[in-house]
Design a protein around this ligand. Sequence first.
Ligand SMILES: Cc1cc2nc3c(=O)[nH]c(=O)nc-3n(C[C@H](O)[C@H](O)[C@H](O)COP(=O)(O)O)c2cc1C
Length: 199
Amino acid sequence: MDPMNLTVALTGASGAIFARELLRALEADPRVARVHFIASENSLRVLAEELGVSGRNNLLERLLDATAIKIHQHTDADIGASIASGSYPSSAMIILPCSMGTLAAIANGLANSLIARAADVTLKERRPLLLCVRETPFNRIHLRNMTLAAEAGAVIFPLIPAFYLQPVDSTEMARQFACRVLAHIGLPQPGAYVWKPED
Ligand SMILES: Cc1cc2nc3c(=O)[nH]c(=O)nc-3n(C[C@H](O)[C@H](O)[C@H](O)COP(=O)(O)O)c2cc1C
């Protein structure tokens, strides 16, 4: 398989630990050549609350606990970045977690930030776009926007972890969810839980 060139965005919904496990898996995956990473301004507040990671400096290094080799960070204001154009060969885009605000921007084609524009481009180029939405409960606007995005080609991949695999802690729960996300775009992970019912 050709090496993958992926776009990953982190927005201001709860679930920063899931993004951390996704980024760690991508950095370690030899099938991935490059990851374009964008953290929205509001995601930084949630990162600080949930993981104690404050500010944008060395954000990737602090999330990975290592130097990022293949993950390259863009600012959400940089609408001139490579991934803002359909001519750039990104294989797929994952937004994890995806806030209701970012979902609304994508569902309504606003393209007013790099995250929203890259998602818009992913849809128009008919490439996989996974929206790991997180909110509870959903109002009717959220539900309509999910339908709009799904009708435009996005996969609504809600941030709902599985419990039947009996994760020992929240890191393992997040890691297994990241495995499900990556399997969906053709990157099955070593150590991913597979349901094996009794014969
Ligand atoms: C601690 C914290 C948790 C939040 N959790 C959620 C959430 O789960 N879902 C959501 O849609 N918004 C959540 N928000 C609100 C968003 O951060 C807010 O709507 C923001 O404008 C989203 O901006 P963004 O999509 O550009 O990142 C949360 C905010 C904070 C501070």
